[in-house]
Ligand binder design. Sequence first.
Ligand SMILES: Nc1ncnc2c1ncn2[C@@H]1O[C@H](COP(=O)(O)OP(=O)(O)OP(=O)(O)O)[C@@H](O)[C@H]1O
Length: 943
Amino acid sequence: MKGRKGRLSLVLGVSCLTASLLVTALIVLPLLGVTNTLLVQVHALVSRIFSFTIVPSRFGLAPLALLLLIWSIMIFSFRSKKHFSYILIPLTAVMTYTLYTLSHLLQESSRPFFSSVLLSSSSDLRSASFKVVLLFLAETALFVLFTLLSDALDRYRAAKLEREERRRQALELKAEQQKQNEQKKPKKHSLFGKRSKRKEAANETLDEEEHVTLVKKPVVKETVEEGDELGRQQVNFPPIAEVPSLGSLSKRRSSVSKPLERDIIQVEEIQVNGKVSIGALHTLTEERKRNNGLSYLERKQLELAQAKTEEQPQPKQPVQLSGFLQGALEAVGKAPHKKHDKNMEPKGRARGMLAEAVEQHQTRADEPVPVASSQADDTLSIRERILSVQYEEKPSQPLFTPEEPAAKPAPLVEKRPVVQPTFFAQSTAKPINGGFSEDVPMSEEPAVEEEDLLEPASGVGGLSGSALINQSRIRYQFPSDSMLVTYPKVSDVIDETTLKRGEVLVTTLQQFNIIVELVNIVRGPTVTMFELLPAPGIRVNSIVNLADNIALALAATQVRIVAPIPGKSAVGVEIPNLKRDIIGFREMLGSLSDGLGIPMVLGRNLMGEPIVIDVIKAPHLLIAGSTGSGKSVCVNSLICSVLFRRSPKQVRMILVDPKIVELNIYNGIPHLLTPVITEAKRTLKALDFCLYEMDRRYKLLQGINVRNIIGYNEKIETSRLAREKLPYILVVIDEFADLMHLVGKDMESKVSRLAAMSRAVGIHLVLATQRPSVDVITGVIKNNIPTRIAFAVTSATDSRIILDEQGADKLLGKGDMLYMSSSNPAAERIQGSFLSDHEVEEVVKFVSSQGVPDFIDESFFEDEEQKASGSEGEDGVDANDDDELMQRALSIVVERKCASASYLQRRLKIGYNRAARLVEQMEEMGYVGPPNGSKPRELIKYP
Ligand SMILES: Nc1ncnc2c1ncn2[C@@H]1O[C@H](COP(=O)(O)OP(=O)(O)OP(=O)(O)O)[C@@H](O)[C@H]1O
């Protein structure tokens, strides 16, 4: 039908064109002087019938030629497309004839049939002409009407086609997904086959991950008619390769992020009514793309439904047992045999003993029979089984090579890289053997060649004479991960309940006339964030103000609204999870890279990414939160991060705990510079020490022309200027508010000075407080501590004091925190890592067993009056008899021809402070020169 119409219009169009050319020829030829009789006769005939002028003339045919030309153009342009428009062709003819009639009437010639009819039916010529004009106007209106109708019909048809196309594509995609899911369904394979399949799949994933994926657009089949020769032949156009969206390229590499075909989407036209920001439009486009044109909820529901159909009982994961228990249970046949690598000899004393014992028992019972296939498993001895359980893959190579004698059995499997056994990985059993397993190699601080000749001047000033750290060259052994507990992970799948909550959220907002689209859901360890895209014209604040209504509708304890989400054109609504994840400290340890000066594990953010920070870059930390919010656990994880990654030579600590019970556990670790401080007065003294050490270090830095501790440590290492580097000093003050109330201004001025200046010399503060009030966290302190951690607080005011914005009042406690730093001023929600008291105890026990701490001289903490009134000091020298001491010191200096505080300290058996004071007095008296970097001062004048 369609073809016939196409042919008809072709014939019509060609005829009109030919006619117009002929008429043009009829006009032009006489003008060129061609006076053929036939031509003249045809001309006369055509002029009489079709001419638009009353008197037939050679020019009178011009309008006819024009009309024919217009018709041919119209026909060609409508051809096979706008069938309805063909009605315009006769209409133009009628209009032309009406005009023709009108021209005759006006010239009072009644030649056309219609004009004579009109003249006879009208009273006069004038009324007849008027009727013709009206008729012409009516025809013109009809012309316009038909044109509009045709246009409307076209649009309607196009929209219908588009809808059908979209539905067809959705169906195709659905069918494709189903096909994929069916393919994905796990099939029963032999153990070997299963393993190799998995391997193949992993390789496939890897390959796909490492390339840009080109994915076909759904193939549109088109039937093309190519004349009679080809007949009705179906031609499939080649598939169009399409580069995936930028978003899909930047996806994180993980086994789950393998781009499935359904993740790669056709770019669809997004129609937006009204004004929308470019960012919002981008988000909308991206989300639509990601969802294959379906709304977020629809897509998720579809996925869930598919997942449900796929679900089939999975083989239960065996409970993880410790190596000893697993082996024992295997031996008595009560546990399934674990798969191990044959190359991997059993490690650990327990496993070795077990294997030994079982073998003795077994050799009595039956002789081990060599077997070449897995079916023969039953005939293996128990020892064989214990040792060979790693043989789980069929060799891809032939078992026997042709060259090999048949009698000599080839290895059953190719050797695989030895994997470190994790016998205690999942076990929550208490560690044995002093807190660490023999299976896990202990890491140790590398030994450093030290020279006695070099001054130990760097280190920490004021350490007592019996110092263990700087004199006995302690080699610190880092604790093992196995002391820590692995906590089970709650699923991070967005389930039906979460989707329902998303729907409730959208409808709740709709009830308040706030139209939003749910564009994404991110499930974090503590909360789930629903990302909403407000409709144009919706004020973001109106969503923020509805936080309580949302909480009510979702029966949630707290709802925090992030408006807008930093870097996105969307509003985030954070709703507490029904079940929270515990982020174990152990799982976070792997993220602590070696490059961090003072490493600190924080936890995981909403996306589940591990967040660790370097305290030296912070450079100081302010931690605030109400009681039970998780501050102490956070401080524990800071201290333990240091214990796990830094030796006492690298980081020293001063811990202040007015509550006495929180940090007392750390007494005894070699990192301490003083026993855990619990009194306000002693805290002030400790801060004085830090100020003194800061000044001392600045002088050291000045001595060798470097700007900071990093430069200093590098230079003394390369130039071998001293035998000890400057360690970082971490001062942790818990319950800072209590101390501020006890000693007030004094404390503030010292803390402020340290916060402002101590960064360059490697002294860093961590202040934790329960009550963040303006008189505790003063402007000066706040200005110098840009890195802040806010746990749950009781009011928005408290939140503003810590973070300069509200939000911490909406946190859920138990390690739920907002983290803000100078590099990332937008508060990031993190679930803090968790360390139980028992874990801390185990770590401290292990670390403390490595040596006694090397404390600062006690004289630092003595009151001046006490010192003055004391008769015989602990140095064994009369404290008042400074002159005598100075004489002895001078004679030592003359004897050595140089002055060193640490040398005097040892020789005179006095504290470091006193020795340092003596050297300074000698400088004032002109006997010795100024500080000489880390080298002893020169003797410049004999006394
Ligand atoms: N990161 C975390 N993950 C899971 N639970 C946690 C976490 N942090 C803290 N908790 C839970 O919260 C309880 C209180 O934590 P914590 O003792 O650190 O609070 P706090 O802020 O120090 O309180 P206070 O100021 O009264 O000492 C812990 O016993 C623990 O059960």
